[in-house]
Design a protein around this ligand. Structure first.
Ligand code: HEC
Length: 194
């Protein structure tokens, strides 16, 4: 029994050492322009699915059924916050979208209308770790996240006004402005005093 236990501990330590070495020598990929490997994908996907299973809201949902106003609000929120990565009706990925490996699905082509609303809501609320998908619970309220959820769920059969904004974001609200910058006073020329 003893040699077996000893072997087990040594193997465990060796494994830890190899993992530590891989991280310290930069063998664990840190670049965005290389697709994630099989192990990373498996770890990320499996834990994402398990977390969503545990935490997703279940019907009856606290907001809905959506009205036409909700779809238009969802379309505006979408072009402001999401289109930069997920694209608009014409489906051409932006420079930001093209620079991502884990790709952001371009919803004009690969929608999420087959996912339950609760799953879409969870992803928008909490974001997806190890990808570029941000969490919006810090910046949007619950009602806005439901409006986005219903907008995505009904992307193939949107009412005309919401569809028009998805196809041509210029019709909707302007993109999210950058945060206000503190305007620093002009640096004073050297040697001048007031
Ligand atoms: C900075 C880029 C970026 C922005 C901005 C962004 N996303 Fe994402 N999103 C991603 C990426 C990358 C993924 C893919 C994650 C993955 O494969 O697990 C993703 C995945 C998703 C998914 C899951 C797609 C699927 O096929 O299951 C949904 C839903 C989603 N995003 C909705 C939104 C909404 C709504 C917004 C705006 C409120 C938004 N995203 C903003 C990058 C972004």
């Amino acid at each position: 029994m003893r040699p077996f236990l000893f072997g087990f501990v040594v193997a465990f330590l060796l494994l830890g050492l190899v993992a530590f070495g891989a991280v310290k020598t930069g063998s664990v990929m840190a670049r965005q322009d290389v697709p994630p490997g099989k192990l990373e994908t498996w770890l990320a996907r499996t834990s994402l699915e398990a977390t969503i299973d545990r935490e997703k809201p279940m019907p009856p949902y606290p907001y809905g059924p959506p009205s036409e106003t909700d779809f238009v609000a969802g379309a505006n929120l979408y072009v402001q916050n999401c289109a930069v990565c997920h694209g608009t009706g014409h489906g051409t990925p932006s420079a930001i979208a093209r620079g991502l490996e884990v790709k952001a699905p371009q919803f004009a082509k690969h929608g999420v209308d087959d996912d339950p609303e609760g799953v879409i809501y969870w992803k928008v609320e909490h974001g997806i770790r190890m990808t570029a998908m941000p969490a919006y619970d810090m910046t949007l309220d619950e009602k806005q996240i439901w409006q986005l959820t219903y907008f995505l769920k009904h992307l193939p059969d949107l009412p005309p006004q919401a569809k028009a904004i998805f196809d041509d974001p210029a019709l909707g609200a302007p993109a999210t402005p950058l945060p206000q910058m503190t305007i620093f006073p002009e640096p004073q020329a050297r040697g001048t005093t007031t």
